[in-house]
Structures are given as structure tokens and as C-alpha cells.
Design a binder for this molecule. Sequence first.
Ligand code: ADE
Ligand code: ZN
Length: 351
Amino acid sequence: MSDATDTDARDGQTDAALAEFIRRLPKAELHLHIEGTLEPELLLELGRRNGVDLPCSSAEECRARYRFNDLQHFLDIYYEGVQVLVTEQDFSDLTAAYVRRVAADGARHVEVFFDPQSHVPRGVPFADVVGGITRALRDAETELGVSWRLIMCFLRDRPAAEAMEMLELALPHRDVIAGVGLDSAEVGHPPAEFAEVYARAREAGFVAVAHAGEEGPPQYISDALDVLKVRRIDHGVAAIEDEALQRRLAELRVPLTMCPLSNLELQVTPDLSLHPLKRLLDAGLVVTVNSDDPAYFDGYLLDNYLAVQRALGLSHADLAQLARNSITASLLPDARKAELITEIDHVAAGT
Ligand code: ADE
Ligand code: ZN
């Protein structure tokens, strides 16, 4: 028997009412590259401010380039864009704009990735990157009530020795950097290359997460668990190809931070109706919805919830479960998680 909780949330509801329901659900965004929130308008402004030449001279021209064949095609444009980020103020402006935007979507907590290797080798001091991002996050916490954690990612297509150097630079900032992650071009760069860096990072008290199974095989997900000992998998799309792995992820309650619009734009999935998010949710995995690089993939957090709702016919109960999962999978203390989950239960019950 089906009841109102497992029917398509769009049935009998306007798009605006559905968006409002999702917006009111307290949510955490757990997979977000701060450099991927660089909207063309700010890209152009910072390019002018810092005297950096860009391949586009209007926001429309920049946006017209955002049609990606695959992850590498996107990364080439993304790494070109990061060059305009030079001063502490630039990182602060970038971060402030993102938190304002995601707070409007009903995010109550954000876990923000940054890529020091995109900045430090260009001569930007590590302390300026971290200082600018954290200044904006602290201000947003006070003004908007959005809590935060910061996660430093290593670029997996760069040598592990360089990642180790970044880790050394991060140690004095251990009070504001909660974790380490692994991003950039996945195929041909298996997790095992970073075993030593991750061991050292965990020893120093950093939480471990890693991108795995975005374009890479399910084996990279298993390796991230076994070798890097991560507590979360970023993306994890390839888990759909391996039922034993799905059972393992469900039993261990290892969250997947999925990014539907990113997967669509980078041709990881040819159509959102084929995205594995709902199948993995139904298989009992702790699946979450996130935006990855929203300035490039044409959608922030709420847009991603709405897109999967529409493509996969998610119910109100599914949407509330995704919001609950985002809180459960976060690095928040248990007491705060319990408060936010109680709020979600009230919104879901209409009380
Ligand atoms: N860096 C920024 N976005 C990324 C993604 N989707 N995958 C891997 N590395 C990234
Ligand atoms: Zn990512």
C-alpha cells in the first residue's frame, strides 16, 4: 500500500511549494569546492582587480564556455579560473558570496573544500587562503547562523610528495582545518598513491574523505575505505556497479556525498533519470545531495534537490531523508545533529 509519503512530491503541489518545502528542511552541504563557486561576474572583477588576463570578457561569454565533455575538460577551465584568486580579500569575497547564496537555500551547515595546490605554487601564501576563507565563514556563522568545517583537498594528479608539503603547511592551521580530501582527475590516479599522506594526516587528527567513483571504478571506492580509511566518499556514483560494495557502504554507514547536476554536466550520467541516487538511497546507503562546483554546473544546493526530485520522482519522505542524511554525515557534534534532525522531522510532518 502506498501513502502520501511515498508518492512523487510534485503530485498536487506547485513547483514553488515544493521548493519552499525543501528550502525549509535544515540541510548541510558536504561536497563543495570553494573555487567552484566563482561566478563569472566575480571572476571578471577579480581578473581586473589583479591584472589577470582571461579568455572571456563578459559573463555571458564565460558561461558559454561551460559545456563540458568530461571531468578533465571542466578541470582545465576551473584551474584557469582560480588564477584570479590572489589576495586574502579575494578568498573572503568568494566565500562570503557562496555562504549567502547557500543560506538562502536553507543550508544550516557547510563543509567547504579548498585546493591549496591551486594557489600556493603560484605564490599565494597558504595562510592567506585559509585566512580569507575562514574570515568569511566566521562572519557568516554570526550573521546567518550557518556553521562550518574546512577540508583541504590534495590534487591526485600531482605528486604525493607535493601533497605531503601541503599537509606540513596545514599543521599550524589544524584548529580551523578539520579534514583532508582528494580531488582532481581521478582515472589513473588510484587512492593508494596517497596512503602515506593520509596516514600522516589521520595521525595529526584530520578527518579523511576522498573523491572516488566519480569517473573511476568501484575499486577506487573500496581502496579509499581500505587504504585511506576515509569516513565519507565524495561522489561514489560507481557504487551502483557493485552490489557487495553497496552492502558494505550501507552496513558501515559510509556516506556518499553525491552531486547530481555535476554528474550530468560532466557526462558521468547521460540523463538525470538514470542517476543512481534513488537506487542507492533505497538500498540503505547514507546518500546526500550537494552542488560540487555550482558556478560551473548551473545549480546550487536547492537546485540539486529539485533536479533529482524531478528526474527520479522523489517523495517528501525521500527529500526529508536526504536532508537527515546530510546532517548525519556531517562533522557536527551529535547534540547539534539531534537538534537539526528534530527540526527536519517537524518540517516533514508539517508540524
Ligand atoms: N575539483 C573540483 N571539482 C571536482 C570534481 N567534481 N571532481 C574532482 N575534482 C574536482
Ligand atoms: Zn568534488
